[in-house]
Design a protein around this ligand. Sequence first.
Ligand code: SF4
Length: 245
Amino acid sequence: MPEANIQEIFSSIQGEGPYVGCRQIFIRFTGCNWQCAYCDTPVKPAESFPMEKTPGLRDFITISNPVTPESLSKLCNGYQLTLHHSVSLTGGEPLLHKDFIKELIPLISGTERGIFLETNGTMPESLRHLIDELSIISMDIKLRSSTKIDTPWELHGEFLKIAAKQDVYVKLVISDNTEEEEVSRAAVMVKRAAPNSALILQPVTSTNGVLAPSVQQVLKLQEIALRELTNVRVIPQTHRMMGQL
Ligand code: SF4
C-alpha cells in the first residue's frame, strides 16, 4: 500500500485564484520536484505533522508520518465534508504522490466539488494517471524570472492539454522581474492548449529577495495577456491579507 509524508491538514479558505473564498480541506503533501527561489514551503519530510482536529477551530494535534490512504481518510472523517467546497491536494507537489492519491480519492467523497489539485504543472504523466478523478486543477506556469529556473514550456504545454479535460485555470506568479515576453508566451500557450481557461496573474508576496511588481507593471502584463485571452485576472494571495492559513 502506498504511503505519503504529510506536512499539514486543516480547514480554511482558498486564498488564490478564481475559487478564492471557497471553504476547503487542505491536505499539504511533503516534497517537490522544483526549487522556486521564492518558495517558503518546507519540502523535507518530517516525522510528524499538525492536523486541525475540528475544522476551523485551529485545535491542532500531532500525527505521525508516513500515512496510508486509509489512515488519512479516517482522520478526515470528522471533517464535515459536506460543508466544504472541495478537498485541496497541495504541496510541495502533490503529483509526486500519484499512487497514494489514486487510492485516497474514493475514500474522501462528500464535498460539493470533489478534488481540487494545486500543482506546479510539470508532471504530465502523473496528471494523466489521475485526471478522471479530479474536478478542478490549479496549474502554475513557472516563469524563470520569478523561480530563477528555466521555464519548462514543453512540459507545461503537455500538462495543460491533459488538464483541459477538467475545470482548469492557469496561474502565473509575477514579480518585479517578470518579462513581457514570458507573459505573452504563457498566454499563447494557454490559448492553444486550453482556450476556455482563466489566466490568473498573481503578484508575488515579496520573499527571499523576490519583489512584488509595481502597479504599472501588473497592468502592463495583464494588457499583454489580454491580447491573446479574454479571461485574464489579477488576484493576489488573499489568505495572507486575512491572516488565514
Ligand atoms: S513548485 Fe511550489 S512547493 Fe515547489 S519549489 Fe516551487 S513554490 Fe515551492
